[in-house]
Write a protein that binds this ligand. Structure first.
Ligand SMILES: N[C@@H](CCC(=O)N[C@@H](CS)C(=O)NCC(=O)O)C(=O)O
Length: 215
């Protein structure tokens, strides 16, 4: 099989890059990583030759290009069906995909007001309308799924759905938005995962400051 190359942005800030990176890493899928730092003032010109959308993440495998974080996770799951990216039961996979799509299409108030920022010291900010509604819905998803699966992750074992929510775990943490003990318990499980710790260590070693993402 030709090698997989995952192009990502800054680990401190790039929430969309974090999702496929942690999915593939947690599943033990071999890939090479290429980090291209953001250059928003210049319009991120280095992303354009590598990505059809001019955005990261993007996965290359020979001539194949896969963009959009969830599509990258799906492609890796197809290439490595034994690695358990998605839950074993079809009904669980359906829900895992539903909440992954809900992540992509929703929670805009939270995502806009509270950018992922791995190094940010924990502190609340003034929150626009809608942010706590997003947090409440996220808390409900996590609570119901962990109650059903027994945890520690949404479907028991770490899956692509946990990967899709990983940046939200950081947001609830660093903006101090966790609303209850159950939410905090899931966040602790996520933040203790070896793949999370590996990403975090690299993020904290970065020195780039992206003003757009400093709320
Ligand atoms: N829907 C895309 C979003 C990708 C995205 O917005 N990536 C950001 C980085 S987190 C980016 O490349 N921004 C650069 C730009 O907009 O110029 C996905 O799921 O991968």
């Amino acid at each position: 099989m030709e090698k997989l190359i995952l192009y990502i942005g800054n680990k401190n800030y790039s929430s969309w890059s974090f999702r496929p990176w942690i999915a593939l890493t947690a599943a033990g899928i071999p890939f090479e990583e290429v980090l291209i730092p953001f250059d928003f003032p210049a319009g991120n010109p280095k992303f354009r030759p590598i990505s059809p959308t001019g955005k990261v993440p993007v996965l290359h495998q020979g001539d194949i290009r896969v963009w959009e974080s969830l599509s990258i996770i799906e492609y890796a799951a197809e290439l490595f069906p034994e690695n358990g990216i998605w839950p074993k039961a079809a009904a669980d996979r359906a829900v895992a995909r539903s909440i992954s799509m809900e992540m992509i299409s929703g929670f805009r108030a939270l995502r806009n007001a509270c950018p992922m920022n791995m190094r940010r010291p924990k502190a609340r900010i003034a929150l626009p309308d809608g942010v706590m509604d997003d947090v409440a819905r996220i808390g409900t998803i996590w609570r119901e799924l962990r109650a059903k699966s027994g945890g520690p992750f949404l479907f028991g074992e770490f899956s692509g759905a946990d990967a899709m929510f990983a940046p939200v775990v950081n947001r609830l943490d660093v903006y101090d938005l966790a609303i209850d003990a159950e939410t905090l318990a899931y966040m602790t499980a996520m933040k203790s995962h070896p793949a999370w710790l590996k990403w975090q260590e690299a993020a904290l070693a970065e020195t780039w400051i992206v003003p757009e993402d400093e709320a």
